[in-house]
Structures are given as structure tokens and as C-alpha cells.
Design a protein around this ligand. Structure first.
Ligand SMILES: *Cc1c(COP(=O)(O)O)cnc(C)c1O
Length: 419
């Protein structure tokens, strides 16, 4: 049997850091990543034959759990007919119709291959449609790795045009304003769009304060700017109709990813026709993709969304509540200051006795040194959380009450080491 350490050493010889996305390298928790051989439902299995209850679920796409038979069947059936054509298919129409049906206010949608592409393209569209250059994002919100969205932020005041990443030029972020989450920024008529995670799920889980999203809506309306909800995590997870339905605030543009691809590479962005008509071939905002609307990906997305009915969302929320309440209770009983905040079916985990409302507060808790200990305490006992304190927990529909309870028993054992 090849060990995880051997695979990691081999990987590091041919892949930067041994991984194809940085958080997977265990840099912030220490140790060696587990290399996955297969997964089923709530479980993931590594190269050493270990089984883990998995709360990573690919950071969101695994809302049904791993390898759901309906999704596998859809992908297999599609694959047998050819994997990509470079010509339109009915499968794209079907998935687009499902998205349009679910999201009130969204009339038209374009499929891409990642969440990064979705946000990048939505920003271009917003700038093209408004004829304005500036965008506002919030510190601690992640929108993928397009240059303009890798601006530095994190302090308590809005700042502008600072690169947050080597290789991102000052020019690329010159029109990006980074503001603190949960404070409605003052914007003027140079701003094309405000982009926001309606529930921030990339700085742990930070809920929008009462009135924050409506405040953004009002600020955008007053300035003639567009409001973009980055629903790459919240979409098709938070509720049937997404964050707009959940909070009663309708953005101008939506970005999707993760769940919408059923585990295959899919992103999407959409909005009303008035805006979407600016996209090529109808309008002057260019956007395209060789594998966009890929038939396997469309089939996986369709199979996934078909299973996500209202009952599924009710079940997922109950599962999330059992997990979040259980985490808080078990850790507190063990004398550990911790809270597992929950918004709908989204769950976070912070080690402290207050809940953060913005990036500075989230960062102080995420960097307090407790997370790596609980991470390894759980991993060594068969529960996999994300290898980083800034990630949410992703229970799936395959996480039964028994699986959650098993998780909590393991947590109680791991918590002993924290005292
Ligand atoms: C994951 C994520 C993205 C980026 O999606 P990729 O598919 O990784 O490019 C964008 N926005 C949010 C909110 C995300 O969580």
C-alpha cells in the first residue's frame, strides 16, 4: 500500500505544493494531506485504507453526498454519447430552465466551467452594461481568483486598489474597492457593481447583519450600480430559490458554481434580459468557453437539482442544525470556547465566545491556534473537516442523523485533547 506521505512526496515533485488548489496542502493545519481513492455518500476513503466522515464534500458540490447513483448514472449515460461537441445541446436548455424557474428575477443564464469564471464574467457584464469601471467587494468574501478580485483588504476601512497577491498588478485592482463586511459602503456613480457573498462562507461562516443586504440593494439603486450576489456557495443550498429568496432581497446578477455542477466543473451567471442581452453574441460584452455547457456537467447538474426539492432543503437544514447545535454543545460541555454558527443549511465553526461579523474578527478567531488541534483530533479519529479555519462545514443529504451523532461522539473524544 502506498502511504499518504509517499504520494505527497511524489506529488510535490511534479505539482506545485503537491496540490491543484492551495488549501488542500494542509499548510495552515500542518501534516500530510490524505490522498483520496474513492468516496461514497458521507464517507471518503484514503490511500491508506482509512475511512472518514467527510464534511469537505469538495467545498460544496457534494450536497447529495459522494457518488450519488442518480448523478453517476446521468454522467455515464451522457459520456457514452460523447463528452463535448462545441455545438449546443438540449441539456444546456434543460439546466438553464431549471435555474430560471427557481430563481425569481433571473431570466437568462450563461454556463461557464467554474465559480471564478462566473464572477469574472458577471463583473465584465456589469461594467459593460453600466459603462462604469469601479467595483466594490468585501474583505473576507472570496469570489475566485480573477485578478480584479484578488485585491487586498481586511482592515476596518474601505481601501482601494491594493494588490492582495503576487502577480496581480496595481492596474488590475485599481478599480476594486475593498470594504468591511456588514457595513453598507457609501458609493457614487463611478461604481459599476457591488459583489457580495450574501452569507459569507469563506471566512468561516459570517451571517449578513440585519438590513445589510437590503442596505446594499438601496445603495446600488441610489447610485445606479448593480448588485451581484455571489451564490457559488449559497446557491441551491441555502434554500430552493437561493439567498435572494431566503433574505427577500433581489440582486441584479447572480453567480453560481459548486452545487450547480453536481461535482463536475460548472459555474453560471445570470440575471434579467435587460442585462444579459449585453453578452455576446447579442451584445458587446465578450465571454465564451470551449467546454462551457459541457454535456457531462449539464447532466450532473440536472440530476443534482432534480433531487433538491423543498423536502430536500428542509432535511438538509435539519441536518445542519443537528450538526451545528451538537458541535457547540459538545465543545462547550468539554470546556472549550466554541460556537458553530448556522444560517439555513450553512454551518461554520469558531473557537471563541463571540461570533465574528467581519473579516478582522473572523481572522482573530481563525488564527488563534485552536482549529489545527481540533482538525487533527478529528481527522485521526475518522472525521474530515476542511484543512483550514476559514472554510465552512458541508453536511450533505447523505449525512443521516446517525452519522451526525457518530461525528459528535468522536468530537467529544477529540475535545478532551483541547483542554
Ligand atoms: C468557491 C467559490 C468561488 C470560486 O469558485 P471556483 O469554482 O473555485 O472557481 C467563488 N465564489 C465563492 C463564494 C466561492 O465559495
Amino acid at each position: 500500500m502506498t502511504s499518504n506521505a509517499e504520494l505527497f512526496a511524489r506529488a510535490q515533485k511534479v505539482i506545485p505544493g503537491g496540490v491543484n488548489s492551495p488549501v488542500r496542502a494542509f499548510g495552515s493545519v500542518g501534516g500530510t494531506p490524505y490522498f483520496v481513492t474513492h468516496a461514497k455518500g458521507p464517507h471518503i476513503f484514503d490511500a491508506e485504507g482509512r475511512q472518514y466522515i467527510d464534511y469537505v464534500q469538495s467545498y460544496g458540490p457534494g450536497i447529495l453526498g459522494h457518488a450519488h447513483p442518480k448523478v453517476i448514472e446521468a454522467i455515464t449515460t451522457a459520456a457514452a454519447k460523447g463528452t463535448t461537441y462545441g455545438a449546443p445541446t438540449e441539456a444546456e436548455i434543460v439546466l438553464a430552465e431549471m435555474v430560471v424557474d427557481r430563481i425569481a428575477g433571473l431570466e437568462s443564464v450563461r454556463f461557464v466551467s467554474s465559480g471564478t469564471e462566473a464572477t469574472m464574467s458577471a463583473l465584465r457584464l456589469a461594467r459593460g452594461a453600466t459603462g462604469r469601471d469601479k467595483i466594490v467587494k468585501f474583505a473576507g468574501c472570496y469570489h475566485g481568483h480573477a485578478d480584479a478580485l484578488l485585491a487586498a483588504g481586511g482592515s476596518g476601512v474601505a481601501n482601494q486598489g491594493l494588490s492582495g497577491c503576487d502577480g496581480v498588478t496595481a492596474g488590475a485592482v485599481a478599480d476594486t474597492i475593498v470594504a468591511p463586511y456588514n457595513v453598507v459602503p457609501e458609493i457614487d456613480n463611478t461604481v459599476a457593481a457591488i459583489i457580495v457573498e450574501p452569507v459569507a462562507a469563506n471566512m468561516g461562516l459570517v451571517a449578513p447583519a440585519e438590513g445589510f443586504l437590503q442596505g446594499l440593494r438601496d445603495a446600488c439603486d441610489a447610485a445606479g450600480a448593480l448588485l451581484i450576489f455571489d451564490e457559488v456557495i449559497t446557491g441551491f443550498r441555502l434554500s430552493h430559490g437561493g439567498a435572494g429568496e431566503y433574505f427577500g432581497v433581489t440582486p441584479d446578477l447572480w453567480c453560481f458554481g459548486k452545487v450547480i455542477g453536481g461535482g463536475l466543473p460548472v459555474g453560471a451567471f445570470g440575471g434579467p434580459w435587460e442585462l444579459m442581452q449585453h453578452l455576446a453574441p447579442l451584445g458587446g460584452v465578450y465571454q465564451g468557453g470551449t467546454l462551457s455547457g459541457n454535456p457531462l456537467a449539464m447532466a450532473a447538474g440536472r440530476a443534482t437539482l432534480e433531487l433538491l426539492d423543498h423536502a430536500a432543503h428542509t432535511q438538509l437544514e435539519a441536518t445542519a442544525a443537528r450538526l451545528a447545535d451538537g458541535f457547540t454543545q459538545v465543545l462547550n460541555q468539554a470546556g472549550v470556547d466554541a460556537q458553530a454558527p448556522r444560517v439555513g443549511s450553512l454551518v461554520g465553526l469558531f473557537f471563541g465566545n463571540t461570533l465574528p461579523t467581519n473579516f478582522d474578527e473572523a481572522q482573530a478567531l481563525a488564527e488563534n491556534g485552536v482549529y489545527p488541534k481540533i482538525f487533527h483530533g478529528l481527522l485521526s479519529r475518522g472525521v474530515a473537516l476542511a484543512p483550514g479555519a476559514y472554510e465552512a462545514l458541508f453536511p450533505s443529504l447523505s449525512h443521516t442523523d446517525a452519522i451526525i451523532d457518530q461525528t459528535l461522539e468522536i468530537l467529544a473524544q477529540a475535545a478532551v485533547d483541547l483542554r
